[in-house]
Design a binder for this molecule. Structure first.
Ligand SMILES: Cc1cc2nc3c(=O)[nH]c(=O)nc-3n(C[C@H](O)[C@H](O)[C@H](O)COP(=O)(O)O)c2cc1C
Length: 227
């Protein structure tokens, strides 16, 4: 399978969220060989969308000649797009949002009703694509935290999406937390294997990998003691 990983963390390879994504990919690769391309959004020259809508009228040509050309090609030739990012202010970090905004050339201006909502009619065929969001965050709570990012992802990619949200994510970068993070990464690897095999992650496994690794209060105490 051709997989494009878009890392939204400005920490590039030092991203704690990317540790989760790597474990997931290890599991996918254990099931079958995968062709993986990784893109650090923060390293790409991607201008902000100006909202001119030129691309929606002219077959998908943006007014900017920047790295977004190759990113759109990569997206269309992939089977799976993985968006790996830390939660920033209940959403995605700005470099990744800039990439997402600039996918507008894939859509045309015309809109169609699908179910009870409207979508733009595609200018490119991306019906083969599946989408995975892997999002880590710094608070121990998932509720009242991940909802905006999850809702945005579902609306952007109404079908073929899977969402993994992981609280207490900075623990993955703390060597002293390895006794709890190593087994968790093992379960995330298992989820990757399952996803590669079946296209899904079982509800029970999903519930475990998205839960806090240590009790919320204990995590908050540790963070506060080191602040
Ligand atoms: C600008 C900024 C905004 C953040 N907003 C949130 C937030 O809304 N909720 C949360 O739980 N953590 C938030 N965090 C914490 C990060 O999500 C957390 O540190 C994450 O583990 C970083 O992952 P990374 O190493 O992959 O970049 C924020 C961090 C930054 C720098």
């Amino acid at each position: 399978m051709k997989i494009a990983v878009f890392n939204g963390s400005p920490k590039r390879d030092g991203s704690d969220t990317l540790r989760i994504t790597r474990a997931f990919l290890d599991g996918m690769c254990e099931y079958a060989p995968q062709e993986i391309t990784q893109v650090h959004a923060a390293d790409k020259h991607v201008e902000y969308c100006t909202g001119c809508f030129e691309c929606m009228h002219n077959g998908g040509r943006c007014i900017f000649e920047d790295d977004m050309r190759e990113i759109l090609d990569l997206m269309l030739e992939s089977d799976l797009l993985i968006f790996s990012f830390p939660l920033y202010c209940y959403g995605m970090p700005a470099p990744l949002k800039a990439v997402i905004d600039r996918t507008l050339p894939l859509s045309g201006m015309a809109m169609q009703k699908v179910g009870d909502r409207y979508e733009h009619v595609g200018q490119a065929d991306y019906s083969h694509l599946r989408y995975l969001m892997i999002c880590g965050c710094g608070f121990p709570n998932s509720r009242h935290n991940f909802e905006p990012a999850e809702a945005q992802f579902r609306l952007m990619f109404p079908s073929g999406h899977t969402i993994i949200t992981v609280p207490e994510c900075p623990m993955f970068g703390a060597p002293e937390a390895e006794t709890v993070t190593r087994p968790r990464l093992g379960l995330i690897k298992k989820a990757g294997y399952q996803y590669a095999k079946t296209g899904e992650i079982g509800a029970e496994l999903m519930s475990v990998i998205t839960s806090p690794m240590i009790p919320e209060e204990q995590y908050a105490q540790i963070v506060n003691a080191n602040s």
